[in-house]
Design a protein around this ligand. Structure first.
Ligand SMILES: Cc1ncc(C[n+]2csc(CCOP(=O)(O)OP(=O)(O)O)c2C)c(N)n1
Ligand SMILES: [Mg+2]
Length: 345
């Protein structure tokens, strides 16, 4: 029998959501899922190399936080090696993400990064990072500069919020503790979003940490900590909206622990033999996309036909993105040393 942590209950009746908002969230999650499925197909067809970590199952976290509560393109987003979908939610066009996976010059990191290093200055995506917990202090740096511009340089437009996504495994790393301390001390405008998917490769979360309820660690820093059902996008959105409001008001950071699950192995090279069938079934039954679709139909916010039209539209976006990436040029070898250091555009 699998011992599952009780998912916090969320009463959807407490939220108001318009048809447009619902469709935006639905579309973003479908984009994430369809993108990753195509990515797996391309990987097995030998179109890309190295480690590739997919986000299937966790979509409600990226879409609920970024699309549901932030201002994509103005606010900052910082990711991990599981970064394709955070990039998409932040507004990086799918064609630039596929091109980056293929190592093409048109990729968002100009083909230099690949799967684990999506980056976009334009979309304020601070990067994907291969080292566990590496992005946490980087996101705090972005939050610090916002606060500095506002309070020291007197820029009234400096009200941006940073969201930093990382895993349960990362929450056992020293950078997590040091950064949370500083962020709380300086009341930085930042959301620390732990995507607790129960596993760090093959290490079960409960076996690796003294306090499995990660949100409670916020207490040690005098910071607000909340847990949320990471399979329920409306719950994630509600928690994120509160945290963003707190950050913009100068009231400091929030630690959000989203309870979620990855529907695939750790990476595309992982045979995924350690997780039990019962555990997987428990979480597959909570598919965040199906949950939102059912809610939208039940609330008369959209019909099955309208939702299917979104699915078809996204399929087309992905197909076009692949064509764009396939026909894009490789980076020119004469430019090998370019972009090592920052340069004016
Ligand atoms: C500093 C560091 N140590 C070890 C690794 C190897 N590693 C890659 S992913 C991973 C597991 C991280 O799990 P988690 O933070 O829960 O994120 P998830 O993969 O579940 O999204 C480990 C140990 C690494 N990349 N960086
Ligand atoms: Mg994990």
């Amino acid at each position: 029998m699998v011992q599952e942590r009780t998912l916090p209950k969320f009463d959807a009746a407490t939220v108001q959501i318009t048809k447009e908002e619902g469709l935006l969230l639905y579309e973003d999650m479908v984009l994430g899922r369809t993108f990753e499925d195509k990515c797996a197909e391309m990987y097995y067809r030998g179109k890309m190399f190295g480690f590739v970590h997919l986000y299937n199952g966790q979509e409600a976290v990226s879409s609920g936080i970024i699309k549901g509560a932030m201002r994509p393109g103005e606010d900052f987003v910082c990711s991990t090696y599981r970064d394709h979908v955070h990039a998409l939610s932040a507004g990086v066009p799918a064609k630039e993400v596929v091109a980056e996976l293929f190592g093409k010059a048109t990729g968002c990191s100009k083909g230099r990064g690949g799967s684990m290093h999506m980056f976009s200055k334009e979309h304020r995506l601070l990067g994907g990072y291969a080292f566990v917990a590496e992005g946490i202090p980087v996101a705090a740096g972005a939050a610090f500069q916002t606060k500095y511009r506002r309070e020291v340089l007197g820029d009234p437009n400096a009200d941006q919020v940073s969201a930093c996504f990382f895993g349960d495994g990362a929450a056992n790393n020293g950078q997590f503790f040091e950064t949370l301390n500083m962020a709380a001390l300086w009341k930085l405008p930042i959301l620390f979003v732990v995507e607790n998917n129960k596993w760090a490769i093959g290490m079960a979360h409960e076996r690796a940490t003294s306090q499995p309820e990660i949100y409670k660690k916020a207490n040690a820093f005098n910071m607000v900590g909340v847990e949320v059902d990471g399979m329920d996008i409306l719950a994630v959105r509600a928690v994120a909206q509160e945290a963003v409001a707190r950050a913009r008001a100068g009231e400091g950071p929030t630690l959000i622990e989203a309870l979620t699950y990855r529907f695939r192995g750790h990476s595309l090279a992982d045979p995924d033999e350690l997780r039990s069938k019962a555990e997987k079934e428990f979480w597959f039954a909570r598919d965040p996309i199906k949950k939102l679709a059912a809610y939208m139909v039940e609330q008369n916010l959209a019909s099955h036909e309208e939702l299917k039209a979104v699915d078809r539209k996204i399929q087309q976006v992905i197909d076009e993105a692949v064509k764009f990436a396939e026909s894009s040029p490789e980076p020119d070898p004469s430019e090998l040393y370019r972009f090592v250091f920052a340069e004016d555009e």
